[in-house]
Design a protein around this ligand. Sequence first.
Ligand code: GDP
Length: 200
Amino acid sequence: AQIKQVDFVKSSSRPRDCPKDGLPEFAILGRSNVGKSSLINALVRKKEVALTSKKPGKTQLINHFLINKSWYIVDLPGYGFANAPEAARMDWSSFTKGYFLNRETLVAVLLLVDASIPPQKIDLDCANWLGRNNIPLTYVFTKCDKKKSGKGKRPDENIKDFQEFIKKSYREPPPWIMTSSFTGLGRDELLLHMSQLRNY
Ligand code: GDP
């Protein structure tokens, strides 16, 4: 299940411009600052591959990375930039929703959720929307190495709260994986999970 080769294929500004070779893909999605670039870099173990597009307000792109010449990791624009104008957030919706609803080769969305903070409304909205639209989803909780600070809760407690909030949107609870890009927690589990989903 290890990643031996990563090739950047293309950036697409519209869902219909995405690669048409029929290879399976996983879309990585999450709030800005959730730890997406750190996680992708930990997965591919290649610090020099700039796999993510971070800047708010710029053209939003769907970036396809070909893994081992056989499947894709797709980096989607982050959402919830604290200082993005409302218009930019709305943009994200129609752009990314079009991708989710029309991409036949999408195996699953990996929704990154920061486990070091309480459930955030924007993440819950996203999870609920994906659930209601029957988009296959795996929760990838990030920053699970973090200790609880002050009155905050531990990562496992935040994860429980999160799952409680979204369970009504799903008939079956989606699979979930605890990760830390700092310790490597969950890395092999996530790679194995993706290889199992590809073979169904
Ligand atoms: P992105 O905006 O989602 O791409 O997030 P980054 O990967 O740039 O990370 C955002 C911040 O979270 C940075 O300060 C990282 O050092 C921190 N961070 C990312 N992953 C982890 C993790 O696994 N554990 C901890 N404790 N911090 C993390």
